[in-house]
Design a protein around this ligand. Sequence first.
Ligand SMILES: NC(=O)c1ccc[n+]([C@@H]2O[C@H](COP(=O)([O-])OP(=O)(O)OC[C@H]3O[C@@H](n4cnc5c(N)ncnc54)[C@H](OP(=O)(O)O)[C@@H]3O)[C@@H](O)[C@H]2O)c1
Length: 316
Amino acid sequence: MTRIALFGATGFIGAACAAALADAGHEVLPRPARRLWADNETLTQAPQRAYRPHLAGLAAELDGVGAVVNAAGVAISAARMSPGLVGGNAAWPRLLADACQQAGVSRFVHVSTAAVQGRTDRLDESLRYAPVTPYARSKTLGEQLLRDTTAGGRVEVTLYRPPSVHGPGRRMTTAFAAFCQRWPLVTCGDGDQPVPVALIGNVGATVAAILAADSVPLVVSHPYEGHTVRTLYETFAPGRPLRPLPTRAVRRLLRAAEPTGQWLPPLSAVCRRAELLLFGQGQQRGWLDARGFRLPLGQSAWDEVAAATRGRPHYR
Ligand SMILES: NC(=O)c1ccc[n+]([C@@H]2O[C@H](COP(=O)([O-])OP(=O)(O)OC[C@H]3O[C@@H](n4cnc5c(N)ncnc54)[C@H](OP(=O)(O)O)[C@@H]3O)[C@@H](O)[C@H]2O)c1
């Protein structure tokens, strides 16, 4: 059993981590994240200037803790670039990593996101970045600042990258279910393109599996859950037909929206989600697959989540 300080335990992913870590026999200590404001430039050149006043207090809070999990951050995919976004997704995890160093905490698992690799054809566990939205850029900066702390540091940092996470009552899930029932189900190609999505219970279990291992690489991807565009649509709208769209025309349309998306983040976030459903995104086998890790929840759990959302209004 390890004493684990969990930041963001009040959130969607944090609550799932708390449950999975407690099930694995750990003592879970929920802790509130600091709210920070920072700009890219200061953070890149002199990160500690953005958070120095918080460091000693936070390190003192980690006294006697064996590991830290950070599930805190600003999880708004359509957010504009702002000091609050950079503060929450980049300065905050870096502050926490520095506090771990100072307090002698040996493990730090940070919940990042697959979105840091954006449009790359196949997600992998490399440090190759291609963020599309300001949200993804702020998460990328968070990873880069954490990577810098690992050089010569005593704390083992893991950047865990889940894709879009679905779960009962989650707004994104109910909105997707409503979309699947109301609108034509379109895709490019035959619909058998893989789609990276995750179920909330599997995310908690993956964090627990990372903490159960003795030595972990810097980057760990959430394992592929086996969904294709077709199976995801069938899960949320069984029996509805899939309608093919012409790939080249769709790509032209999405490219035409890109310049506007540069200054209108909600548009780039919607286009990115559409791209994922239209073209899918592959994923390389990762470290957890190689270790023989199996996600605990499969298609029947997805069916339960979909059944629970069917017919519900999409708010949270
Ligand atoms: N949901 C997804 O589909 C998804 C997918 C991939 C990655 N992620 C990442 O997972 C993390 C958690 O996402 P979530 O969906 O669980 O979000 P969430 O439900 O909004 O919870 C995030 C938690 O972070 C803390 N928080 C809120 N504002 C903050 C700020 N400005 N600075 C620092 N902490 C703040 C809060 O915890 P306290 O009040 O307890 O501090 C909050 O409960 C995020 O970093 C997100 O980027 C999410």
